[in-house]
Design a protein around this ligand. Structure first.
Ligand code: DAH
Length: 384
């Protein structure tokens, strides 16, 4: 849509001609603003008038070529026009936005006085479903489920995992720290440590190793927090951690465990794994694990090896981590892994916007949720 040809290049003569142009541009543009009946239309007017190539921007550019006297007269006029148009656009936009909201509220009305439905309509959230599936798969391999607090201390979340104070990985975690207590008050964490929202489920490794005797085989699903937010990151998300500590554990055990887990989870025998060398402070060596996918009808499907996508981080537990937990690394070895539960759910069930997981929109839940009575079992198929 055009605003009566604004944005055209017009040979402006200075002085009276500019004033005429200002007047007609003002009425043209304000008319177009009043006539804009959608947010797209108002955006088009804004671009045509105030955008880089816009008509008013062109006038503003002309100021530079004027004599100081001329500029003194034209400057306030042109700037006044710019302000008037910009204010009118803001006001029109606000009005259109509230119209859109009103329309949405009217169309999404829920009658709370209706009687309750005869059959319960609740469904299990995909994140809960996937966590249940993972627990079922790992229970079959002899893993117990372990837990740790979401409000964690610095030592468990970082230091004991071989991430000292100055380690760059700390910056990468975008940590939410609790406010330190004012001077004189009792310290906020053990030994005065700063408390934080755990940035990963790895501190549960430490909590388990310091409270249980090996051999250890646990998974730890749960919420984690990072100060990050866009279509693929939410400030709270879910991870699952795995830890095995025993005598004589090596990379082969890790690979078999992950392969068995991913085949059971994706319910396909042709899931192929690719282990790439990587770096995590708490494992040595560290590996990143990719699963192969193939393209079916333009969509990625797990299985095959047309392409690879990263699904988890893992490695052999670092000697220093084992030592920090009071165990002898010459006697005890192990492997660990960690991955995002939300991401696993998205991959398996084909959801593409992470934010929808946390909107609580009943329509999304009705579509992607699972029947509460259909508990995942290996014999019945973990995918429900
Ligand atoms: N804690 C890591 C993260 O949040 C994920 C991870 C990587 C966990 C490797 C592990 C591991 O246990 O061995 O990015």
């Amino acid at each position: 849509m055009g605003v009566g040809g604004v944005g055209r290049s017009r040979p402006f003569a200075y002085g009276a001609q500019v004033m005429n142009d200002i007047d007609s541009l003002r009425s043209e543009t304000l008319g177009a603003i009043a006539a804009a009946d959608s947010l797209d239309a108002i955006e088009a007017v804004r671009v045509a008038a105030l955008g880089k190539q816009g008509s008013i921007s062109a006038l503003l550019k002309m100021l530079g070529g004027m004599s100081p006297e001329e500029r003194q007269v034209q400057g306030p006029l042109i700037n006044g026009l710019r302000e008037a148009v910009s204010d009118a656009i803001t006001a029109r936009k606000a009005a259109l936005e509230s119209q859109v909201l009103e329309a949405r509220l009217a169309s999404e009305r829920i009658d709370l006085s209706l009687p309750a439905p005869e059959a319960p309509r609740g469904s299990v959230h995909p994140v809960s479903q996937v966590m249940d599936e993972l627990a079922e798969i790992f229970a079959d391999m002899g893993f117990a489920v372990a837990e740790g607090p979401e409000i964690e201390d610095d030592w468990h979340n970082f230091s004991a995992l071989n991430i000292p104070e100055t380690h760059p990985a700390r910056a990468m975690h975008d940590t939410f720290y609790m406010a330190p207590r004012p001077a004189g008050e009792a310290p906020s964490g053990p030994e005065g440590q700063r408390m934080l929202l755990r940035t990963h489920t790895s501190p549960v490794q430490i909590r388990t190793m310091t409270s249980q005797e090996p051999p250890i085989r646990i998974i730890a699903p749960g919420r984690v927090y990072r100060s990050d937010s866009d279509a693929t990151h939410t400030p709270m998300f879910h991870q699952i951690e795995g830890l095995v500590i025993d005598r004589g554990i090596h990379l082969g055990h890790l690979k078999w465990t992950l392969e068995t887990f991913l085949r059971a989870f994706f319910e396909r025998d042709d899931v192929t794994l690719r282990l790439r060398p990587s770096y995590f402070p708490f494992t040595e060596p560290s590996v990143e694990v990719d699963v192969g996918y193939s393209i079916v009808n333009g969509k990625r499907v797990i299985g095959g090896s047309e392409g690879w996508m990263e699904v988890l981080g893992s490695g052999m537990v670092h000697r220093r981590v084992i030592e920090a937990c009071g165990l002898d690394p010459d006697e005890w070895q192990g492997f660990a892994f960690g991955t995002g539960v939300d991401r696993l759910a998205m991959l398996k069930y084909g959801m593409d916007d992470l934010r929808a997981f946390f909107d609580g929109d009943v329509r999304w839940l009705a579509h992607y949720g699972f029947d509460a009575l259909d508990v995942p079992t290996l014999s019945g198929g973990v995918g429900a």
